[in-house]
Design a protein around this ligand. Sequence first.
Ligand code: 4HQ
Length: 245
Amino acid sequence: MRFDIITIFPEIFNAYLNESIIKRAIKKKIIEAKVHNLRDFTADRHRTVDDYPYGGGPGMVMKPEPFFNAIESIKADGVKSRTIMLSPQGKVFNQDMALSMSKENQNLILICGRYEAVDERVRENLVDEEISIGDYILTGGELPALVIIDTVARLIPGVLGDERSKEEESFTWGILDYSQYTRPPEFRGLRVPDVLLSGNHKEISRWRRREALKRTMLRRTDLIEKVSLTDEDYKLLSEIKEEEG
Ligand code: 4HQ
């Protein structure tokens, strides 16, 4: 899967993409990331990418021509790709969207805007889908593009070293993680829960599920309402409610 990124700040991407898991995925050729400098697709001496808004108002608007040139150049190899623009006006990104992108295995073009806005003709003629990473305002679409690349990439088989078992993943999907501990068993008087040292795997699983459900219930009621739970889960939840009041 290839990610083509269009930005006026190409340097932002190098640091992140050249580390750790993403770096290895690129090396293994499971994913490819190409960063395109929007200014390379301008035609004037000053490499202008923005201009004043028609009708007046604050801030600058990104000009359409460089985006059209950039996307035509990216698509010139004839390989089909889907164009995404990062913007707070988009559909809010979530794990389901990431999962379907990772499965569709279609190349993605990510348009990162800056300034006040992007000329509407870009949205209407070049963009297949607008995506937001959440309801807050950033200074540019670069961090959201990295968020999408990172989230989608780790779902592609071979990218994570340890493939989490599909069974475990579907069981825990949609609720928060349970608490985890590592050595030492006691540190400054702070002890690891006895059950985790017991070696009783059935008890450990039950304790973990209970912890995860408890956290989710206390912190994210919205998730508990969405996820499908087993009879055993409902039993655990009522136990927790008794205890917590
Ligand atoms: N932007 N999710 C780019 C965002 C944003 C978001 C604001 C997009 C600034 C120039 N993008 N413009 N939230 O805040 O994707």
